[in-house]
Design a protein. Structure first.
Length: 453
């Protein structure tokens, strides 16, 4: 397969008249600037397509339904969480698969080439395991078989309701496993993933310091040599609980006790002090940011200025999937820094505009978070690519960094025309190639859920 772009963001920077050749293995064979069009598919603007680094697919069905205030005069993450627990008890395996496929389709249409699914819904309502222990993990894999997205599946270990090791509450029992049963679940889920294309990956996610005992973390991590993800320092109440139980704030404890590295992604990190931010950034770990969800839930503002200044890697994800919008995640991330600092172009550098720095950072950081050799238009890497519509009114006559600035700050994901995941051409003219059937299945699931929403 050959694709010719009027301009492209290559691993060497912006270039004109770029011919990209992709092999049958889904990897880029050659990137040639100043090349003739030949017999290639012609696009206007070609970019590496990032991975969506954090998703709970099933929460997509709740989008827009949690904006009314309850009896508590101060609504919060914790009241939202109770509503989420009540909702998920209605979900069947068929619902989970239909919702996940729709979410993955929306990710692809937004410009993401891969989905890192932080999957903690494991059992039946009431907590009894399915006959196939990995039934719901397998449904995520089945959705990926339908959509073609590059999947990194992270089965989540979730054992306790808090650091005092209290039992899981009624809303959490569908998540729970002791270490031995979780190891069996992980093995079953990995077997199903082998039926997907070879670029799909397996990782693991100890949910949080609240949900997994510190002395079993090491056992969980040794289940795989793939990515390891964990929620960290999302809410002040979480920080306070960890500090009281472990004598350290979450990020402090992680840095001192598990020696994080580039294999690790910590999600949110919105409640960290400057010294924690610098120490965790310096470890090589990725910060998995979800600015839309973090805004929706009132989590706080991630200190991206300090993190990137310390050489830290970042990725973005859609988390609760209230909005699946790559350009908007980046816009909200930058605007949060501006609001906090009362400044402009906070994350720009002397050599890169705001849009360029943000986009390149999440493309390379997302590859690390997904355990996926991608993130750049470079020979040997997977052909995870997206093409923007150069005829769009907000992209007319734009060149170089102003393309990304206009896409992120003046436009939206309607500018995305084509997306390839490991060379699979899944979005064409802005629409997923199987959009009608995926949408139909999602509509049926939503109709079936009916009043439970």
């Amino acid at each position: 397969m050959k694709i010719w772009a009027e301009q492209a963001l290559t691993s060497q920077g912006w270039a004109r008249h770029v011919l990209v050749t992709v092999g049958t293995d889904g990897r880029i064979m050659d990137v040639q600037p100043d090349a003739p069009k030949s017999d290639a598919q012609i696009v206007g603007i070609l970019l590496p397509a990032p991975a969506n680094a954090h998703s709970h697919a099933f929460q997509r069905a709740m989008a827009g339904l949690t904006e009314a205030r309850g009896p508590n005069p101060r609504d919060s993450f914790w009241t939202w969480r109770k509503l989420m627990f009540r909702f998920l008890d209605r979900l069947t395996p068929e619902h989970v698969e239909a919702i996940a496929a729709y979410v993955q389709m929306e990710m692809l249409e937004a410009g993401y080439a891969a989905n890192v699914e932080f999957h903690y819904l494991h059992h039946q309502p009431g907590g009894a395991p399915y006959a196939n222990l990995a039934e719901l993990s397998d449904r995520i894999s089945a959705a990926a078989a339908t959509t073609g997205i590059g999947l990194t599946l992270l089965p989540v270990h979730y054992q306790f309701g808090g650091l005092d090791r209290r039992p899981l509450g009624a809303g959490q029992v569908r998540f729970g496993n002791d270490p031995d049963r979780f190891a069996r679940l992980f093995e079953c889920a990995a077997a199903a993933l082998k039926t997907l294309p070879g670029d799909c990956r397996m990782g693991v996610a100890p949910h949080s310091l609240r949900a997994v005992a510190p002395d079993t973390l090491a056992q969980t991590v040794t289940l795989t040599d793939g990515p390891v993800h964990m929620h960290l320092a999302e809410q002040q109440a979480e920080v306070d609980e960890v500090l009281a139980a472990l004598g350290k704030r979450p990020a402090e404890w992680v840095v001192e006790n598990i020696a994080p590295d580039a294999r690790c992604t910590f999600i949110h990190c919105t409640q960290m002090l400057p010294h924690e931010t610098e120490a965790l950034a310096g470890s090589g770990a990725v910060a998995g940011l979800c600015p839309i969800t973090e805004s929706s839930l009132g989590d706080g503002i991630f200190d991206a200025t300090r993190w990137l200044g310390a050489g830290g890697a970042i990725a973005v994800g859609s988390d609760s999937n209230i909005r699946i919008a790559l350009s908007e995640e980046l816009r909200v991330l930058e605007y949060s820094q501006r609001l906090r600092d009362q400044s402009r172009a906070v994350l720009a550098t002397a050599s890169q505009s705001t849009g360029h720095r943000l986009f390149s950072a999440v493309a390379s950081g997302g590859a690390l978070a997904a355990g996926r050799p991608s993130g750049k238009l470079k020979p040997g890497l997977l052909a995870d690519m997206m093409a923007l519509d150069s005829s769009h009114i907000d992209l007319m006559n734009r060149r170089g960094d102003t393309v990304l600035d206009s896409y992120i700050f003046a436009g939206d994901d309607r500018m995305v025309l084509d997306v390839w995941s490991a060379g699979r051409h899944l979005v064409q003219q802005g629409q997923h190639v199987r959009q009608p059937e995926i949408t139909r299945a999602y509509r049926m699931a939503m109709h079936d859920l009916g009043q439970s929403l």
